[in-house]
Design a protein around this ligand. Sequence first.
Ligand SMILES: *Cc1c(COP(=O)(O)O)cnc(C)c1O
Length: 508
Amino acid sequence: MIKRIKELERISRLLEPTSAERKEVRKKVISYSEDFLKNIEKIKAYNVTPDKGIALLESPITETPISTDKAIELLQKNVDFPGLNPASGGHLAYIPGGGIYYSALGDYMADIFNRYAGVFYASPGAVRMENMLIKWMAEIVGFTSPPDPLSHGRGERGQGGVRGEVAGNLTSGGSLANLMGIVTARDAKNISSANITKSVIYLTKQVHHSVSKAIRIAGLKECVIRYVPMDAQSKMNVEELQKIVLLDKKNKLNPFLVIASAGTTDVGAVDPLEDIGKLAKKNDLWYHIDAAYGGFFVLTEEGKKKLKGIELADSLVIDPHKGLFLPYGLGVILVKNAEKLRESHFYQAQYLQDAIDGADEDSPADLSPELTKHFRGLRLWLPLKLMGLKPFRACLEEKLLLAKYFHNEVQKLGFETGEEPQLSVVTYRWIPSQPRPLSPGRGEEYTNAFNKKLMEAVIADGRIFISSTMIDNKFTLRFACLAFRTHLKQVDLLLKILREKVKELERK
Ligand SMILES: *Cc1c(COP(=O)(O)O)cnc(C)c1O
């Protein structure tokens, strides 16, 4: 047996590369990623490829290794080339991602040290870091007041203090955060099989689909779902909401949850957050705000005004992998009444009994569905500490202004646009000259098809990536500006490409 153990040890030690081997692989990985970063302005935002990375499957998982060069080559051809390049400043579709560099180094260290961020007992420092970030975000959205400078960041009210009144969790993204918020609302309002079919949720057709998904996963699909009418800017009409709630109460239903968007994904609309908040309070509704896209604009003066009322939420979703330009993998749920988040997510396990005593702070494992988790805090903490908040604020304000700029300039080119952007999404479409004879209904269809062709032409060019949506059955192009590498140059390039492509298509 000893012989076998030794034999196995010899092989399993291959899992620990030597310092020289580490250096060798690291050098190649860094050189590959540096090439990418150095050329990021030249690399396309979208690459249309016929094979879509299929050759990756020709290299199956086997007993034996391949070289680093070979691995990087496989990645480059099949993973990093085809499709969308979210790291590009030319990514102006959907809601852009980012990928700031120091987050990658944060992840690197989180993975090397592999601290157990789920439980305070295991890694008090990692848990304090995550809680401190959650408290910071609770503060910027106005859930709590800033810490007392005299408390040196300690104690009941300071950042990283003892069990806070506000709680939250660093999730993998906004979808999971929405799910946790909705589960918390469900439990806080005692929704169960006894009353589910009489319980009412209010939202608009503009909510992100992850909200509808969360409602279903949370077992709430049998609730009465009321889609509240919207105004011309796609914002929830609060007067209508009030009427519906009153009527539902009169009819002995159980209104319990209203969901607002602080920046819809589709058109960037911000619901009247303050009015909805007042209404929610008056009618004893749980108030959930999905600010996955728009939340971090509170870091700008203008955004703060536009998001007024965000502080009234009972639960709030905000996505650092959107608004703080982090690489994918970080969303946040904040819950004003920590107890409610805890009640929905705490656990007890015999084998974890050692972990209970002596915890100064809430453990993420008590506040989320996860136990073991990626130490996500470090990928947010490191860039915030190494760069400070200032460039983040500037970059967000720049995005708001670029959206206004694009809105103006694209109109000058002759495009029809929606109203002035509320945040950093602009909708626009080209009304082409119509072929004759014009039969009824033809015009709209032709315009839709034209705009679809226009989008495809921009995507085929690849330098800028855009997307579309349907507004009142109209095929509409979207400009969504949130990539930290998007500057005036990229926006001007898009305007130039649009001008050229319209000309080409009009000629056909
Ligand atoms: C992106 C987005 C989501 C979903 O977040 P993920 O991080 O993609 O899971 C939810 N709501 C809104 C408004 C979004 O923009």
